[in-house]
Design a protein. Structure first.
Length: 477
């Protein structure tokens, strides 16, 4: 395990009271909802950022907002750190605990509380999975737009914490664009409601502040999200190119022409081969880069948009254009893309980066990424949301080789700095967590960070909520 990223030192006064704390927590939740045995805590030591792990003090699995409030009130009273956790799919270490922390897992809060087609909203508990929302309304012709690759497992509470996106965020936006309200428990156990079924929350945009705050301002227990009517039709099309730069330039020109497909996804040759071997989706294997472009609407609308995109692609030397011919083929195309992370894990350990760049810089950043990876003697598979410039290079390495792991982390940090220097930012949807925490000063000045930390302190003066995350340990106010 790499130790390049530091954690805060555990609080001795908390560790010394473990037995007493466990006894008290047991009184606050139903039987079986407190995990305390050492071996049973192992699954909660890490999340999708598997290079780091810490065993928590205990794990609480509440079923209601009232139980969350009771736990928060208790932990606040005694200064016990709390790490909120959804499904543990975070790729930035956002849910990794520390030895003095209570993990507040929301996986048992899985009720869909209300579906309101008149207002086109759904209200759900935080442990409901992303895909479960769309599944619940699919038969009635609706869906929930944000669709992270982990949507089968990731929960709406985690999506809100990280402001998650997905393949279709190009047209429909990320979580914050589809979130109308939350019920949230503050650090002292106070329960507040922000927003609701109405179009815009009243007063200051606290909802926008909470979405993407990585569990540091409070614990979201319920969410009201926007439902959309399913389009008349949708069609993914594969565009193959002889170079990653040509594909990147094509994306920039499509968006620059005012054409907004529902999705534009990018894969380079290593990613194409990995995903095709797993999904048998029919991806062309004789190209260096692949775009999955999905259009939707009536047949006439789809044909017109595709014709315009094909003309732009021809100017960039497109080698292959292949339209899906059936619903089964379309599903396979998306299965390959959404299985990219899991399929890559079959062949190697990897770190998944999450930088975002202006579309005009895509070709340049792809070229420089390749140079960085070559310099470290590593391999990379690039797969990302090309339409909004959210890059996800998967850096392949051997997690059991400390030297290899150090190289992968160093290469990843260079790529993220490259994204910022090209006019982008450190994260598009995975959050900062511990992974990007020490790069925050590359994105922001200390004055910027002091202002952000002042907001965080207004919600949690003692910094017991997810304390090792987001802000560099040095220079904290």
């Amino acid at each position: 395990m790499s130790e390049a990223i530091a954690f805060l030192s555990p609080r001795p006064e908390v560790l010394s009271r473990r037995a007493e704390i466990l006894a008290d927590l047991k009184e606050l939740v139903p039987p079986g909802r407190l995990v305390e045995e050492r071996n049973a805590l192992v699954p909660f030591e890490t999340d999708g950022f598997i290079a780091y792990r810490r065993r928590p003090l205990a794990v609480v699995l509440p079923e209601t907002t009232a139980q969350v409030a009771a736990v928060m009130k208790y932990c606040h009273r005694y200064g016990i750190p709390v790490v909120p956790r959804g499904a543990g799919t975070s790729l930035s270490g956002g849910a990794i605990p520390q030895e003095d922390a209570v993990v507040l897992g929301l996986s048992a809060m899985t009720r869909i509380l209300d579906i309101d087609y008149q207002n086109r909203t759904a209200t759900v508990q935080a442990g409901v999975t992303n895909l479960a929302i769309s599944d619940a309304v699919n038969a009635d012709g609706y869906f929930y737009a944000p669709d992270p690759s982990s949507q089968l497992a990731c929960t709406i509470g985690g999506n809100i914490a990280m402001n998650s996106g997905g393949a279709h965020c190009l047209k429909y936006g990320v979580t914050t664009n589809n979130l109308l309200g939350v019920k949230m428990v503050l650090v002292d156990g106070t329960v507040v409601d922000l927003g609701g079924k109405h179009l815009d929350a009243e007063g200051y945009d606290l909802l926008g502040l909470v979405c993407g705050s990585e569990g540091q301002l409070g614990v979201v227990t319920e969410a009201t999200v926007r439902l959309l009517a399913k389009p008349e039709g949708a069609r993914p099309v594969l565009f193959g190119f002889d170079s990653a730069e040509a594909a990147g330039s094509c994306v920039a020109d499509v968006i620059g022409a005012g054409i907004i497909p529902v999705a534009i996804e990018f894969m380079d040759k290593p990613a194409i081969e990995i995903c095709e071997a797993f999904a048998k989706a029919g991806y062309p294997l004789d190209v260096e880069a692949l775009l999955i472009v999905e259009v939707e609407g009536s047949e006439a609308e789809m044909e017109a948009m595709l014709a315009a995109i094909v003309e732009i692609a021809k100017r960039h030397g497109v080698k292959t254009v292949r339209e899906s011919q059936s619903a089964t083929e379309a599903a396979l195309i998306w299965k390959g893309r959404k299985s990219a992370f899991g399929a890559t894990g079959r062949i190697a350990d990897y770190i998944c980066m999450d930088g975002t760049v202006p579309l005009s810089q895509l070709a340049y950043v792809l070229r420089k990424t390749s140079e960085i990876i070559d310099r470290y003697g590593l391999r990379v598979a690039n797969v990302f949301h090309a339409g909004d410039g959210n890059m996800h290079p998967l850096i392949l390495y051997n997690i059991n080789d400390p030297e290899d792991a150090a190289k992968a982390e160093a290469a990843g940090m260079e790529i993220l700095k490259l994204c910022v220097d090209a006019g982008g930012c450190l994260t598009g949807e995975h959050g900062v967590g511990i992974e990007k925490r020490d790069l925050m000063l590359h994105q922001f000045t200390q004055v910027d960070l002091d202002q952000q930390m002042a907001v965080r302190s207004a919600f949690d003066a003692d910094w017991i909520l997810n304390p090792s995350k987001v802000f560099p340990l040095e220079g904290r106010g």
